[in-house]
Design a protein around this ligand. Structure first.
Ligand code: ADP
Ligand code: MG
Length: 493
């Protein structure tokens, strides 16, 4: 990794109170293209001093700036205009996501369409947030008002950089919150490009601020800051737990979307071709760097050998390549750190189970954090490769005897983000849907995500829900109002 600042590479600043500024320390950090391991930009590194400035700006914007006077209709229109900007600049944003994130350009284009959809959805929802009248017995009018929770600190990961920013900013702005967003240090560029349009779309200064930096120096300062009302985090379960502990000191509201080890369950009567496809798609999309990845593939014993064979044959067709090549189906992992993590699990897997395909670094690349799509089979659910989130293109295939066995294995995990079940038997499908403890369950598919539907985890996969009206709930407080309608004195004394 280059340690000196290259003069031909752009350096992005910090976006606070509607202005680009330099970080207090004067430090920058490099941002890489993981397919060639080269620096494509530098970004100002924020520490607690910059975080404090960003939080103060968000606080002022919330308490006394233009934002509290902005109507729900205006907030909605701002989000619609932001969606338009994203659509108009979709090609540029998709290219950044592919180059910086290592993901295939075709997938990145889908991500950017989803970003625009999320802003539009929450633009529409801004005018549908309303309270209620409570049927109290007294001669009184009782109201429940819905109010924004305040300043939201939003910490996001690198696997879907701009989409995760949209999942956070959309509902927060619809609710009337102000935000300090911290993108992942690996992938800050697309969110910084978005900030270029904040003024154009009519977002008042200080409503969205963006700081960049590392977990220890930037993320922790945001979580600890006493003027932040809520933290919304997407990332690893380990960091999620540390955030809950730190946020306890100031009793911040916390929502978390964390890791998973999601079961993708295949019964013998499932539609064969769709099932084989779905097993691969569930784990290999986005290089397996997906919180809901179908990393445990549970297959009924009757079809187990044939299914592993069919998956293996089809996996040979997965084209690894440069992210910007339209034929590429799998790009590099995000970073050296992630490469080391995934390859260490490949070695663990080789000891714990059998390799159907993959297990190594692909020979054709001499640069880039590429690993082969890997399928381990004859995996015990107690193995580390079945219990720990790998966050890479590594599938663990596990066999099961019958429905009860499938449910038992599916639930035998500390996680509970997602699951999928494949069968033509509607009775069985719905029994499994009810029995598996996870926040998202697909039937005869895996991974489609709709902004209208709730997203979040059971167990150690998180707290709270994103997307849909559930997403906006997490940015609202409820205020009870009692209006006395009786003009007589209380008459107590
Ligand atoms: P990964 O394992 O992929 O690095 P993380 O959970 O560490 O995932 O990172 C997700 C996001 O959380 C990133 O924006 C990262 O900078 C941030 N982060 C990491 N550690 C902390 C921390 N201790 N406090 C707050 N944010 C953190
Ligand atoms: Mg980390």
């Amino acid at each position: 990794m280059a340690s000196t600042v290259k003069s031909d590479v752009h350096t992005y600043g910090t976006y606070i109170n509607g202005e680009w500024s330099r970080s207090a320390s004067g430090k920058t950090f490099p941002v890489l293209d993981p397919s060639i391991e080269e620096v494509i930009a530098y970004v100002d590194e924020s520490d607690s001093v910059d975080v404090d400035r960003a939080v103060q700006a968000a606080r002022t914007a919330f308490d006394s700036g233009a934002w509290p006077q902005t109507t729900a209709q205006e907030r909605g229109r701002i989000l619609f205009r932001l969606a338009d900007k994203v659509r108009q600049n979709a090609a540029m944003l998709a290219e950044i996501e592919a180059r910086n994130g290592g993901k295939p350009i075709v997938e990145a284009e889908g991500d950017i369409r989803a970003v625009a959809t999320v802003f539009e959805y929450y633009g529409g929802l801004a005018t549908k947030i309303s309270g209620q009248v409570n049927p109290v017995p007294a001669n009184a009018l009782s109201l429940a008002l819905r109010e924004p929770v305040g300043v939201a600190g939003q910490i996001i990961p690198w696997n879907y950089p701009l989409l995760m920013a949209a999942w956070k900013l959309g509902p927060a702005l619809a609710a009337g919150c102000t935000c300090v967003l911290k993108p992942a240090e690996q992938t800050p560029l697309s969110a910084l490009e978005l900030a270029n349009w904040f003024k154009d779309v009519g977002l008042p200064d200080g409503v969205v601020n963006i700081v960049n930096g590392f977990g220890k120096t930037c993320g922790e300062a945001l979580v600890a800051h006493p003027l932040v009302d809520k933290i919304a985090f997407t990332g690893s379960t380990a960091v999620g737990k540390s955030i809950v502990k730190s946020a306890a000191d100031t009793l911040k509201r916390v929502t978390l979307e964390l890791g998973g080890k999601s079961p993708n369950i295949f019964f013998a009567e499932a539609d064969w071709e769709a099932a084989v496809d779905g097993a691969l798609f569930g784990i290999f999309i986005n290089q397996g760097e997906v919180c809901s990845a179908g990393s445990r593939i549970l297959v009924e014993k009757k079809i187990y050998s044939k299914f592993v064979e069919a998956m293996t044959e089809k996996a040979k067709r997965i084209t690894l390549g440069a992210p910007l090549d339209r034929k590429t189906k799998m790009g590099p992992l995000i970073s050296q750190e992630q490469y080391d993590r995934v390859t260490s699990f490949l070695e663990i897997g080789k000891k714990e189970a059998k390799v159907a395909i993959g297990g190594n670094r692909p020979m054709q690349f001499n640069k880039g954090y590429y690993v082969e799509p890997t399928i381990f089979y004859d995996v015990e659910n107690s193995a580390r490769i079945a219990r720990e989130e790998i966050f890479g293109p590594v599938a663990s295939v596990i066999s099961f005897e019958d429905e009860a066995d499938a449910i038992r294995i599916a639930n035998d995990t500390p996680y509970g983000l997602a699951a999928a079940v494949w069968t033509r038997d509607i009775y069985k499908a719905l029994r499994v849907v009810k029995a598996v403890r996870a926040g998202i369950i697909w039937v005869n598919h895996m991974q489609p995500t709709c902004v209208e539907a709730p997203w979040g985890g059971y167990k150690q996969s998180g707290i709270g829900r994103e997307l849909g009206p559930w997403g906006v709930e997490e940015y609202l407080e409820t205020k009870q109002v009692y209006v006395n309608l009786d003009e007589q004195p209380i008459g107590w004394y």
